[in-house]
Ligand binder design. Structure first.
Ligand code: NI
Length: 216
């Protein structure tokens, strides 16, 4: 099998599915995750072919987009259609399976080196300036309020409860975004996460100052 051709075909396939998405899971999210995953993967000595292919396909079956549990049906179907053997297909699907965030109190730590890399890259795109933009885009796509001081954050204990969450978007910072820094799986991921985490803290400080109409 020609690995380079498979990567190119995956790019075309993913673009065609996610191109017009307005929930923060568009093609450019995939492209940023791929770039970051390759950078982290190189630094961590991961298998870059597995990393790149899994990064490209990681949101094709995302439960947030298809409203279903994670099963990797589309990714699996596409890989098999491309005559990728069962072993590699299972390997890629296993990496993708481990990427998703499943709730504040649910551990998604993994020993799989390629999964660590793609998970960190995906989570880095969920924090910082772009993470903030994506979070509000996603909340808006679900008709959620920006903020409601009367509704506090919930630390979800299982994936099901997390999936059903429908709180204002600011709550998502406490239920996910601010927790990601300490869940990074690679040394490279931790370096990027620290800076983006601080940016979100500064953002929230400004947000509440403006909300309360006070002087800074
Ligand atoms: Ni993603």
């Amino acid at each position: 099998m020609d690995n380079k051709k498979l990567i190119g075909d995956a790019e075309i396939f993913v673009k065609s599915v996610l191109e017009g998405d307005g929930s923060g899971h568009d093609w450019w999210h995939i492209e940023r995750v791929r770039t970051m995953a390759m950078r982290i993967g190189k630094a961590e000595g991961a298998d870059l072919f597995i990393v790149e292919l899994a990064a490209l396909l990681h949101d094709i079956d995302d439960w947030k987009l298809i409203g279903d549990s994670i099963s990797q049906q589309k990714a699996k179907g596409w890989l098999l259609q491309c005559n990728v053997d069962q072993e590699l297909t299972a390997r890629i699907c296993a990496v993708i399976d481990g990427v998703s965030y499943k709730g504040a109190l649910v551990s998604t730590a993994t020993v799989d080196p390629e999964c660590k890399v793609v998970q960190d890259a995906d989570r880095l795109d969920a924090i910082g300036a772009i993470g903030i933009a994506r979070t509000f885009a996603y909340g808006g796509s679900r008709g959620r309020a920006i903020y409601d001081p009367n509704i506090g954050p919930i630390m979800h204990e299982n994936f099901n409860a997390y999936q059903k969450g429908d709180a204002p978007t600011i709550n998502h910072f406490y239920e996910k975004l601010l927790l990601l820094k300490d869940q990074m799986q690679t040394a490279t991921g931790r370096v990027y996460a620290a800076q983006r985490h601080q940016f979100m803290l500064d953002y929230l400080e400004q947000f509440y100052a403006e909300w309360n109409g006070g002087e800074f």
